[in-house]
Design a protein. Structure first.
Length: 158
């Protein structure tokens, strides 16, 4: 009977349709800060505040009552299981596209794994990808230190 379960469970996971996702709390805050760094729509002061949050400064000065929105059309990260030094991510913000490599790409890749984005594999690559990312960070709520203040929603990449 155990042999059937070992075979049946992986078969249930194969071919599952990817579903839209949501994330709150730490994972959403990390994703917001890492993507905002490259977004042309996020102001420099907002980027600086989000990076302070990543450094653990929940009490960083901010404009009261103002939320930060971080959006991206597509975030695709790849690591290699052949060249174990290869880490890259592509981010699309309308006409603006950025490619990051190395440590920063690995940090974004790891954040996608942390929030539960399902991976895909292709010819030596492991890919984490999302589309239609919409994040909102409420600095007033983050400052309270109660675990809230960051929310993201996204679709599976196509």
């Amino acid at each position: 009977m155990k042999k059937i379960a070992l075979v049946a469970i992986p078969l249930l996971l194969v071919g599952r349709p990817a579903l839209a996702g949501t994330e709150q709390g730490s994972g959403a805050l990390s994703l917001s800060a890492l993507v905002a760094e490259y977004s042309p729509a996020v102001k420099a002061a907002e980027k600086a505040l989000l990076l302070k949050y990543l450094e653990g400064d929940a009490k960083a000065a901010h404009a009261p009552g103002k939320k930060i929105n971080v959006n991206a059309e597509l975030v695709t990260c790849r690591i290699s299981d052949v060249d174990i030094t290869a880490h890259s991510c592509e981010l699309a913000f309308g006409a603006k596209k950025d490619t990051i490599k190395g440590r920063k790409a690995h940090e974004l890749y790891a954040t996608l794994v942390e929030i539960g984005v399902p991976f895909e594999g292709a010819a030596g690559s492991i890919i984490e990808a999302i589309s239609n990312l919409e994040c909102t960070v409420d600095p007033d709520e983050v400052k309270q230190g109660g675990g809230g203040g960051a929310h993201c929603k996204y679709d599976p990449a196509k």
